[in-house]
Design a protein around this ligand. Structure first.
Ligand SMILES: [Zn+2]
Length: 116
């Protein structure tokens, strides 16, 4: 036996592993969110504040549209700022309001722009 023969990599066998492959593919699709209602034609909206995009179609709404500011934010940003948009969000928000001719609302008791 030569060294070459001892290092032969077995050929990939077809058949017995097809079901395992299908399981792997379905897990992959699940990880990509292609399950539980999300479809290829799902409308994804980018969050105004963070790099998240969220689905707003097929009965799934994982974010909020805020009419006062005319922005869309993900549920995480919305829920995490129930007491107003913290100072770190302000420059971006004010810039957006001014660029779109929208009124800058009165600040809340914390001195922050109201969330809604
Ligand atoms: Zn967000």
């Amino acid at each position: 036996m030569t060294d070459d023969q001892s290092r032969v990599i077995p050929a990939r066998r077809e058949g017995p592993f097809e079901s395992a492959e299908e399981v792997r593919l379905s897990l992959y699709r699940e990880l990509r969110g292609e399950r539980s209602g999300r479809r290829d034609d799902a409308v994804m909206v980018p969050c105004f504040f963070c790099p998240t995009s969220f689905q707003t179609s097929h009965g799934v709404y994982r974010g909020k549209h805020i009419p006062r500011y005319q922005i869309d934010v993900c549920q995480g940003c919305y829920d995490g700022n129930w007491d107003g948009w913290a100072p770190r969000y302000e420059a971006q928000l004010v810039h957006h309001l001014e660029a779109n001719g929208l009124r800058i609302p009165e600040r809340n008791e914390k001195g922050w722009l109201p969330r809604d």
